[in-house]
Design a protein around this ligand. Structure first.
Ligand SMILES: CC(C)(COP(=O)(O)OP(=O)(O)OC[C@H]1O[C@@H](n2cnc3c(N)ncnc32)[C@H](O)[C@@H]1OP(=O)(O)O)[C@@H](O)C(=O)NCCC(=O)NCCS
Length: 217
């Protein structure tokens, strides 16, 4: 059996959702974002701390406008990819977080990435999981490079991206921009740091979880 070819095929038809048991003990459902997520986005945004909002949206927006909400919940899977995570033990909660990648323009092989995990769930592995899901989907639709705009005081996340192999492409007072090649699988992670090792393992977890879901369908 040609495993890489099989994995490529799975990536072309990713399941709408799949479940992952994270090493932190969280049981998570990962789903491609649809308009049905809108009420969860509104409720989740209200729970986000000022600091996390600033790190993600760079402004003091107190709530999402209906136009923003419509945009954020209608990814097309090609120019705009978005995955959300839900705590399977508390499905009535708004959720855990979201990761998305948006192409710079329709033909670009470069996309901008943004990640948001609700404060109560940070540092439990969901950011890494959603990040892996977005990489795999992006690779399958021909995106080759990711850009990350990060607040200069978000040193922990900048260090994390650098450890994955990202390079700084620019820095001004408000934004550090980093670039990382998109990974189509664990072998594409060139860095050998401990964080890269965890990311490699997470890419495999996502590939396996999606493959199990597709073959069970
Ligand atoms: C940054 C963020 C997405 C990380 O998600 P997470 O689920 O908390 O992270 P994970 O547990 O999967 O760990 C992934 C990495 O993020 C880092 N991280 C965890 N919590 C973090 C936090 N509060 N702030 C910054 N980085 C954090 C971890 O150190 C880890 O890196 P390491 O493995 O090299 O140590 C999340 O903290 C968040 O949404 N912060 C607010 C918005 C933001 O900063 N977005 C990033 C810019 S787009």
């Amino acid at each position: 059996m040609n495993i890489p070819l099989l994995q490529k095929w799975f990536r072309k038809t990713p399941p709408a959702s799949f479940d992952v048991a994270l090493p932190s003990g969280l049981d998570v459902q990962v789903a491609f974002v649809t308009p049905a997520h809108a009420p969860r986005f509104t409720a989740g945004y209200a729970q986000l701390s000022e600091q996390s909002r600033r790190m993600r949206f760079f402004g003091q927006v107190s709530s999402l406008s209906s136009k923003q909400l419509e945009f954020l919940t209608r990814p097309d899977g090609r120019n705009h990819i978005a995955y959300a995570a839900l705590n399977l033990a508390s499905p009535a909660e708004p959720g855990i977080g979201v990761a998305r990648a948006i192409r710079l323009d329709a033909d670009s092989k470069i996309a901008e990435v943004a990640l948001t995990i609700l404060d109560a769930y940070q540092h439990r592995g969901t950011g890494l999981l959603l990040h892996a899901a977005v990489h795999l989907h992006a690779a399958a639709v021909g995106i080759e490079q990711f850009l990350y705009d990060v607040s200069p005081d978000n040193t922990r996340f900048i260090e994390h991206l650098l450890a994955l192999g990202a390079v700084k492409v620019s820095q001004d007072h408000d934004i550090v921009r980093l670039r990382l090649p998109v990974c189509a699988g664990p072998d594409d992670v060139a860095s050998t740091t401990a964080a890269a090792q965890r990311f490699r393992a997470m890419l495999k977890v996502v590939i396996d979880a999606e493959a199990a879901k597709v073959s069970a369908a």
